[in-house]
Design a protein around this ligand. Structure first.
Ligand SMILES: NC(=O)c1ccc[n+]([C@@H]2O[C@H](COP(=O)([O-])OP(=O)(O)OC[C@H]3O[C@@H](n4cnc5c(N)ncnc54)[C@H](O)[C@@H]3O)[C@@H](O)[C@H]2O)c1
Length: 402
């Protein structure tokens, strides 16, 4: 194309930049506010970072992080590796699919050949490792899946990262590794009490061992319960919201209850998913290698009070109406009374949650009102009191009864 004397033909980079800016303007306000803002000053040793891999990026928290990195950091190319398990969805990433700095790769992190290939081929600098089996209820059944994906999967990622010499390995863990201990600082001894938490703790041990033995530049994050849009509706908040929406739709035919485990007195602290994505961004850019960071919220609520709050938000305010929605079912095999973490270390890096709990709930409800059916297909199996997939050897077998 001929160029006029006072203009310069755009370079390929300029074209990509223009494309990125154009696509950024198409992100709707609903997601834009969650994407937030970028860390302004990058440390000198990260200024030449070009590639970031996010494992589990089609899942709930991963997709918040990917949307944030892709939109705010055009200088990084973001690769997502996800096997698209039942809880992951490409719908979570569809608003960024045309961005020039984003690539999705379907694959399984437990395959060492595959991961070694991806890290080498894409010249990966940084890894955010989120891929995992994440639902505690499921871990009381087929817990081998948790060991395979969470422990073996992390081990595969670490080995590939070591061989390929990545510049940061940010391992996303959970406050559940502490068990019921109150107000834990990061140096608290881990005491997980369910199979999911045990596999996350085991994965952390491997992460730390790769740091000590091989000098792998790792960071670990441990977060409170996370809620928000884009979450497969098996976890408490999204499950309650979807149950209520279904009740609104089909109440003429049958009643859908909020299933409360035990008496519902167990309490949890909650963080909105965009606040967790902010925290991961801050930890990556401002945190120190070898450190662990709690990501915590001051807001705590019991399962029962959460259910009542949501029922109220749907306009059922009289006590009888509220009680009509509740059904108390058998408790989990083990159910930690509460988790609480001390997150002062992260706050010193400049992070604070942006979203208030009621505003976050309203935004979450609004999203599920629009999106549930198209997102994951039939979600009925997730709304039962205790989703349960037995270990393969015992599945449907009467051996134990004889
Ligand atoms: N949701 C929470 O409340 C919470 C709280 C603290 C920590 N975490 C941690 O954050 C991370 C993300 O959690 P989430 O809630 O977004 O989970 P999620 O269940 O929504 O998503 C997990 C994603 O990982 C993918 N995945 C699973 N196994 C894989 C494999 N072998 N190979 C490739 N992809 C695989 C799934 O397809 C899915 O997209 C997890 O490591 C979890 O332990 C979650």
């Amino acid at each position: 194309m001929p160029s006029s004397s006072n203009s310069i033909d755009p370079t390929f980079d300029d074209v990509l930049k223009d494309d990125h800016a154009r696509l950024s303007r198409t992100i709707r306000e609903f997601d834009r506010t969650d994407i937030g803002s970028r860390v302004t000053e990058l440390p000198s040793d990260l200024r030449d970072v070009k590639t970031i891999l996010v494992t589990g990026g089609a899942g709930f928290i991963g997709s918040f992080l990917v949307r944030k990195l892709v939109v705010l950091y055009p200088e990084y190319h973001i690769y997502v590796v996800d096997k698209l398990d039942y809880c992951g969805s490409l719908h979570n990433l569809k608003m960024i699919k045309d961005f020039p700095n984003y690539t999705f790769i379907k694959g399984d992190i437990t395959s060492s050949d595959f991961m070694a290939f991806i890290l080498k081929e894409k010249k990966i600098d940084i890894i955010f490792h989120l891929a995992a089996q994440t639902h505690v209820d499921n871990s009381f059944g087929d817990s081998f899946e948790f060991t395979k994906n969470n422990v073996m999967g992390t081990h595969v990622m670490l080995e590939a990262a070591k061989v390929h010499k990545v510049r940061r390995f940010i391992h996303v863990s959970t406050d559940e590794v502490y068990g019921e201990v109150p107000d834990c600082a990061e140096d608290t001894i881990l005491a997980p009490s369910n199979p999911y938490a045990a596999t996350k703790a085991a994965a952390e041990c491997l992460v730390k061992a790769y740091h000590m033995s091989f000098g792998l530049p790792i960071m670990i994050t441990r977060s409170n319960n996370v809620y928000g849009p884009y979450q497969y509706p098996e976890k408490i908040t999204s499950k309650f919201v979807c149950s209520l929406l279904r009740r609104g739709k089909w109440q003429v035919f049958f009643i859908i209850y909020f299933y409360i485990h035990g008496q519902g007195h167990n309490s949890r602290k909650y963080l909105y998913a965009a606040d967790v994505a902010d925290a991961l961004d801050v930890i990556f850019h401002k945190g120190s290698v070898g450190e662990t960071y709690n990501i915590g919220s001051a807001f705590e609520i019991s399962n029962l009070m959460l259910a009542k709050r949501l029922i109220g938000m749907f306009g059922y305010t009289q006590e009888q109406q509220v009680n009509d929605h509740l059904e108390f079912v058998q408790d989990r095999a083990f159910n930690d009374k509460r988790y609480a973490v001390d997150c002062s270390k992260l706050e010193k890096l400049g992070w604070a949650p942006r979203m208030g709990f009621d505003d976050g709930l309203r935004k979450t409800i609004e999203w599920y009102r629009q999106c549930t059916d198209e997102w994951w297909g039939d979600i009925a199996g997730a709304l039962v009191p205790h989703p349960f997939k037995a270990l393969p050897s015992y599945n449907g077998s009467t051996v134990l009864d004889n």
